[in-house]
Design a protein around this ligand. Structure first.
Ligand code: HBI
Length: 99
């Protein structure tokens, strides 16, 4: 995606989230906690997510403990959620094997 992303209206975010399992939207960002059960699996997921982030030039906020990874997705440049966050959420679902 080369053009500058635009901040999506809440309705559009909610419609998109209907196709993604377990994500929440607080008006400014998407959040989800993934539990992989152990550190190696969580780290493998993060490695894949790092590749996706580099491809999209779009980066998640993440934190984690052992087998859990907490993601927060937003587009800092526009102060909200854009199509890039939805695409990163879709890729995270794919990497986690939940789509
Ligand atoms: N990642 N989540 C997120 N939000 C951004 O606005 C963003 C980013 N990664 C790279 C990026 N912006 C840059 O392209 C710009 O700051 C130039």
């Amino acid at each position: 995606m080369s053009e500058r992303p635009t901040r999506l209206e809440p309705d559009a975010v909610h419609r998109a989230l209907a196709t993604l399992d377990g994500w929440t939207f607080d008006g400014n960002r998407l959040s989800k906690s993934f539990d992989f059960g152990d550190f190696a699996r969580a780290t493998g997921f993060l490695a894949g997510l790092a590749v996706a982030a580099a491809e999209l030039d779009h980066h998640p906020n993440w934190s984690g403990v052992y087998g859990r990874v907490d993601l927060e997705l937003s587009t800092h440049d526009v102060g909200g959620v854009t199509e890039l966050d939805l695409e990163l959420a879709r890729r995270a679902e794919h990497l986690a094997g939940s789509d």
